[in-house]
Design a protein around this ligand. Structure first.
Ligand SMILES: [Zn+2]
Length: 425
């Protein structure tokens, strides 16, 4: 097996390389050094070897030193001069001698990154295709298994430099900001990742939707939770404010009690500084019908968890049902007996079948307690699986929900008021 020195010599005879690009070809061999240090060490070893051979009268050695002279920088000029070799510097075959400058490009991003208050960052590097192709040529020509890519060197070195300048760590999983270094364009872009705020909302009035009406004209005086949270634009001017909620109640249903869990995503924030107190104050100023409890900062993964947990969560509802015929104590008992602990077969309600797939869902009523209100109305509480449509549990939805208040009493009933009073977390 040829020695590392001989292999490096053969590489340099064919391709002039700067210290970093040469060292990178042997990157996996030695830990604790930079590629630049590796490359420099190899070149020094070669030069000393040749000088020793020249002193011993080896004429080939001078020729060899001449061949690799284009890769030797000004540090070698005195040595080469005294050996009678004229220094003809060529630029590095791979990086054209620009690698050092590329490594400093990140500096343009430092102030923006600092102002963003990002708690961590990730570096992305775009290297011109031509540079990568040249690098591949060198690696393939000498079948080098110990090489690292220029992109990987840049990412690491720039990451180290940013960490050292700002005192924040590089982070792969959920970085606060992404620093994209584009070598081709000679530019750096900082993208600050979204902020997430976890909380619960209370909808204290009716005729408030969760999200804006699709065809809502602007401006409009209709109320929605989504519109209320857009008040955060007062602080995050250029950001998009997005509401993620765990399920949704109908527009005419109040959301009371412990509130419905949600996450607000602030996209493209200029700063990741987040004053939860201020966020809470702003949100609660938006409308007298919306109350917001802030639970803390969130992460992107929390959004998925939030959406997944909805169908599994138990909910407590308070309702008022109305019947056209008088309701007896026996009717109420029949409903409670027929529903308590029962799995209800519910086909997608007629009123939502346009939006949701027509399917049959099995949802359990865990507990129910009812009391008469006058002659034709009852009120009560129901604890049920998330996703059970309560209005149809009352009306029966022409037989699509079974059993129902209607089917258990033989009297057509309607839910005239409904509130969600608790969402179990
Ligand atoms: Zn180079």
């Amino acid at each position: 097996m040829e020695s590392t020195i001989d292999l490096a010599l053969n590489i340099l005879r064919r391709f002039p390389l700067c210290d970093s690009c040469l060292g990178r070809m042997f990157s996996t061999l030695l830990r604790g050094f930079t590629n630049e240090e590796r490359g420099k060490a190899i070149k020094m070893a070669i030069a000393m070897d040749m000088l020793r051979k020249m002193e011993a009268g080896d004429t080939e050695a001078k020729k060899t030193l001449e061949e690799i002279a284009p890769s030797l920088d000004e540090n070698f000029s005195e040595t080469l001069h005294s050996a009678g070799i004229e220094r003809t510097v060529a630029s590095c075959y791979i990086c054209g001698g620009a690698l050092k400058r590329w490594k400093l490009l990140y500096k343009e991003a430092l102030s923006e990154l600092k102002n963003s208050s990002a708690e961590s960052f990730l570096v992305g590097v775009t290297v011109p295709r031509t540079v990568e192709e040249k690098e591949e040529t060198v690696v393939k020509t000498f079948s080098l298994l110990t090489a690292e890519s220029i992109r990987s060197e840049l990412r690491r070195e720039i990451g180290k430099a940013i960490s050292a300048s700002l005192g924040i760590p590089a982070e792969f999983k959920s970085p606060g900001a992404v620093v994209q270094v584009n070598i081709e364009e000679n530019r750096v872009y900082v993208k600050v990742n979204p902020l997430f705020v976890r909380g619960r909302y209370i909808k204290a009035g009716r005729n408030i939707s969760q999200i804006r009406w699709f065809d809502e004209p602007e401006p409009s005086d209709s109320l929605s939770i989504e519109k209320m949270i857009s008040i955060l634009k007062e602080v995050y001017e250029k950001s998009e404010i997005v509401l993620h909620a765990s399920g949704r109640e109908d527009v005419d249903v109040r959301m009371l009690g412990s509130g419905r869990p949600f996450i607000i995503e602030i996209k493209n924030p200029k700063t990741r500084r987040l004053n939860l107190r201020l966020v809470s104050d702003l949100l609660n100023r938006a409308s007298p019908y919306g109350k917001f409890m802030i639970d803390g900062r969130g992460k992107r993964e929390d959004v998925r968890t939030l959406k997944m947990m909805d169908s599994r969560k138990l909910k407590v509802y308070r309702l008022i049902a109305f019947s056209e015929k008088s309701i007896s104590t026996e009717d109420i008992e029949a409903i409670v007996r027929g529903l308590k602990g029962t799995v209800v077969r519910q086909r997608t309600p007629i009123r939502v079948v346009k939006r949701r797939a027509d399917a049959i869902r099995l949802k359990k009523v865990h507990d129910i307690s009812l009391a008469p209100v006058g002659d034709k109305a009852i009120t009560g509480l129901i604890v049920a699986d998330g996703g059970l449509y309560i209005k149809e549990l009352v009306s029966g939805d022409v037989g699509r929900t079974e059993p129902s208040f209607t089917s258990l009493t033989g009297k057509q009933m309607q839910c005239i008021e409904l509130d969600v009073v608790k969402v179990f977390l």
